[in-house]
Design a protein around this ligand. Sequence first.
Ligand code: SF4
Length: 416
Amino acid sequence: MGIMNVVPGILDPIPGGKQIVNMLDYVTNWARANSLWPLTYGTSCCAIEMMSSSMARYDIARFGSEVFRASPRQADLFIIAGTITAKMAPALQMLWDQIPGPKYAIAMGACTISGGPFMYDNYSVVRGANTLIPVDVFIPGCPPRPEALFHGLLTLRDKILRESFRTPWKEGEAIDQPYADRWTEACKAWAELERIKDEEQAEARRQFKENNPDYKSSYKAVRVKKDAFPEVPRPVAPVIGLSASELFSIALEHDPSITLYNSDSKEISPDRPNDMPLDIIVSKEKYVDLISFLKNDERTNLNYYIDVTAVDWESHFDVITQLMSIEKGHKFFVRVSLPKDDSIEEEKRATSILAEIPSICHLYPAAEWKEREVFDMFGIHFENHPDERRLFVDHDFKGYPLRKDFTHPHIMKRPV
Ligand code: SF4
């Protein structure tokens, strides 16, 4: 449309030229506003509502947005639906840059407006799509329904219909003020409004008492007593596969040094619920050997790797590997306690690897990504892991987010 932008300069001075420019504006805006083609882009729950808006019940095609384009080069509307993580932000900006102008952006949902439920205590979420790209319409909600998306779409159409070749479309700018500052300003303005409201109410009460000195309120608080919810007995789950005591005695046969978690004794209490998986502690040195035995012994046959997770205690980490037998159905949790490396200087500790444990990727290929996640979040090194790279955060991210010593400049603390 670049060439069209010079048309008003030529036609406006000519008699009747203004009407021609007006007519061109009308036709072009009508075409643009009624054929917005959104880019296929959704990152989380809000995207489900966006997808629903294109189905038969809501039918976004009624507004000329028939096809969600797979390529940014064929789209002119960017509906940002869902949480934007810091790692994804460069990709979002690149997509926006690849959309040819005139182009428009809708921020759909609380996450894209401010980070939404992830605004506080979060290191990884971008607080507002408009800090990355210029946004034309914001749609509040968590998530907004398709009707709200249509309202946003119609609002955008109104905006497009007011455009003109005389003031051609040009790309806006993302705001560069940090969200924390904007939030602080908004909080101050809100507190000021509340103060004015409180003062006005106090004045109204004072005047009422002055004008009605004999007034006595007839209001009496009534307390309604509700029945307590009935106790629902916990159903006893049937034993699937081997019982915890059977599994424990098999593991003890192989390695007498193992102990039960949360118990000093080497005996399983008879009161133990059947559906509680066996949770044992083993030393780091015997970890791989025990897991290999539990996987290959035909009585236990723990052939399914459920997960690995970790807990950051003050002096040590617990790494908990969760295994299951697909055929038999029983589960087994193996816990290894890893002391933290004390030799690292205090100021470097938060960004350093503090513990190591052998990898079991050679026994369970599924462990590869899950061990990477523990490495990524806790800074625990898995020896002999084939590809130990950061998983969720950027490769140059400082620190390990699920550790107690983690701090990050983007974290906003919830005011109490
Ligand atoms: S605003 Fe709510 S529904 Fe939408 S992506 Fe965020 S958490 Fe999900």
